[in-house]
Design a protein around this ligand. Structure first.
Ligand code: NDP
Length: 268
């Protein structure tokens, strides 16, 4: 379902969206390019087309730049930093959305699954924020702070019924990392950078399709069982919350976890 994105003028702003080539991330990229008119959006993932991909978005040349890299490794993070540095950009909004889930039933949920999940969802996010800190700082002011927006999950707030042990734990760690960074970048370092989490509920994407394999539950079943607002979420729903947290309306909000879940957590 398409919903109207939060009205917000991002013209003049540089935005980085990881995992921006499909699913929720693609919805966030579309919103920043078409609705909020960001000056430049960097789309980062392993399979993103590299270079100026503005024409794919019907945007002016130089306004959408693809960067292909693996964000679970420092090497990949360095590629992002270099590509942004090469254009001399500051970063006004960093959306850490890339994420994945590996794992299996309790008895077979092995160390490799834990390491892969945490390397991408937690460690990769930390490394990226750390690498882009100078650029966030450059784009920041007391009245209009730079924003780090982390895409967490309701699974990081309350355990879900699937045996996604490493994923749920990684998202809880990610939420806590975001709060820690919020405190560090505001209170301790006195930098004008906010850090907040958007925690989506069920949004049909390639990743959430994988949930069906655990108990055969369809998307409609998931909604009927647990979503008071009686529909699945869409990438636009998440993009609306991201836009709010990137806008001047939220410049005094930091360290929060905002569920975007159709009321799922309210029922618990
Ligand atoms: P998708 O699987 O559709 O998208 C995941 C994105 O992450 C893709 O763009 C993928 O691109 C990128 N990605 C995966 N691995 C890496 C890597 N190693 N390096 C760089 N990029 C990578 O899933 P969603 O859109 O559903 O998920 C987006 C975020 O939303 C995730 O953080 C997820 O945990 C979260 N979320 C999703 C929910 C849902 O119901 N869909 C619910 C709650 C949270 P590529 O493969 O090309 O690298």
């Amino acid at each position: 379902m398409r919903v109207d994105n939060y009205a917000f003028d991002a013209s003049g702003k540089v935005v980085v969206v990881t995992g921006g080539n499909r699913g929720i991330g693609a919805g966030i990229v579309d919103a920043f390019v078409a609705k909020h008119r960001a000056r430049r959006v960097y789309v980062v993932s392993r399979s993103t087309e590299v270079g100026d991909i503005s024409t794919r978005y019907g945007a002016a040349p130089g306004s959408v730049i693809g960067i292909a890299c693996d964000l679970s490794e420092q090497r990949g993070v360095d590629v992002v930093k270099s590509a942004i540095d090469a254009r001399g950009d500051g970063v006004h909004v960093l959306v850490c959305n890339s994420g994945a889930s590996w794992g299996a039933e309790l008895e077979t949920h092995d160390e490799a699954a834990w390491m892969k999940t945490h390397k991408l969802n937690v460690v990769g996010t930390f490394l990226l924020v750390r690498a882009l800190l100078p650029m966030l700082e450059r784009a920041s002011s007391r009245t209009d702070p730079a924003r780090v927006i982390v895409i967490g999950s309701i699974a990081g707030v309350a355990p879900q019924r699937y045996p996604t042990f490493s994923y749920d734990a990684s998202k809880a760690a990610l939420h806590h990392l975001a709060r820690k960074l919020a405190d560090e970048l505001a209170a301790r370092r006195k930098l004008a950078i906010t850090v907040n989490v958007v925690a989506p509920g069920y949004v049909p994407t390639k990743m959430s399709k994988g949930l069906e394999k655990w108990d055969g539950e369809s998307g409609d079943d998931i909604v009927a069982r647990g979503v008071p607002l009686a529909r699945a979420g869409s990438p636009d729903d998440v993009a609306g919350a991201v836009a709010f947290l990137a806008s001047s309306a939220s410049s005094w909000i930091t360290g929060v976890v905002l569920p975007v879940d159709g009321g799922f957590l309210a029922k618990l």
